[in-house]
Design a protein around this ligand. Sequence first.
Ligand code: 5GP
Ligand code: ZN
Length: 113
Amino acid sequence: MSCIFCQIGAGTIPSKVLFKDDKVIAFRDINPQAPVHIVIIPRKHFTNLNDIKGDDFGLIAYIISIATELARSEGIAESGYRIAVNSGKEGGQVVGHLHFHLLGGRQLTGELG
Ligand code: 5GP
Ligand code: ZN
C-alpha cells in the first residue's frame, strides 16, 4: 500500500486522530497552515473529486457534516473557518487521496480570502 493517507487510515502511519468511524478519519495536518488545520479523508481510496460518482456524493456530504462538527469542537464554528478540497495538480493537490482541509483560528486570506 503506497498511498500515505490509506496508511494513515489503516493506522500504519501514526497521526493525531480527532475522529474516526468505518467511513472517515480526521487527523491534524502535519504542517498546519492555521491554528486549526485538520485533514478529513474517506477511508476508501479516491484519487480526487473526479473519482466521485453517484452514491459516493453522499460520502462527501457526510465528510462536510464531520467537518462542521469538528469546527464546533475546535471552537472555530463562530469565528469562522474554511473547508477546502484541492483536486488535481493545478488545484494544488499534492497527496493523491481525496481529502478535505478544515482551516481556522486566524483570519484566512489567500486565493479565496
Ligand atoms: P494537499 O496539498 O494534497 O491538498 O494537502 C495534503 C496535506 O496533507 C498537506 O497539508 C500536508 O501537510 C498533509 N500531510 C502530508 N503528509 C502527511 C502526514 O504524513 N501526516 C499528516 N498528518 N499530514 C500530512
Ligand atoms: Zn489512499
